[in-house]
Design a protein around this ligand. Sequence first.
Ligand SMILES: [Zn+2]
Length: 150
Amino acid sequence: MRELVKLYKAVKDQDSEKMLSYLKSGSLYFSPDYPLQYITANCKFRLASEVSAKLQDVSPILSDQCDGTNFSTEWVARSILSAMYAMFYMDMLKGVAVRECRNPTCRECFTVNLNDKREARKIYCSHSCVAAVTQREYRKKKRAEKEVQP
Ligand SMILES: [Zn+2]
């Protein structure tokens, strides 16, 4: 677990030397000449798969122990280590929000990185939803204009 936390910090700090030393401990060959983006992507893949594997012994539970009509969440873990991985998982997701797409015909859930100012403003899940809503509003405006004209 300590190694994963170190790797996570190296990814966050974009420390290519530390990321490479982690990747080299695996069986694949990684050169310091590789682009930082490529090294980062590989480290993120390892982090995601290793942390996900440890989350199998942890599950969320919907709790009714909350005020009024609200619900909250509780976590159940089979071991202290798996509880630590659950905490690590939640730390890794800090600054990430789940949103529902504002396109009424989509309503898909997507995640946004709140630390990225541009991404934090996202209200649609994809470019095609942005285009669909824009098109719909354009047609609505055109129709309204036609009705006004004699
Ligand atoms: Zn959408």
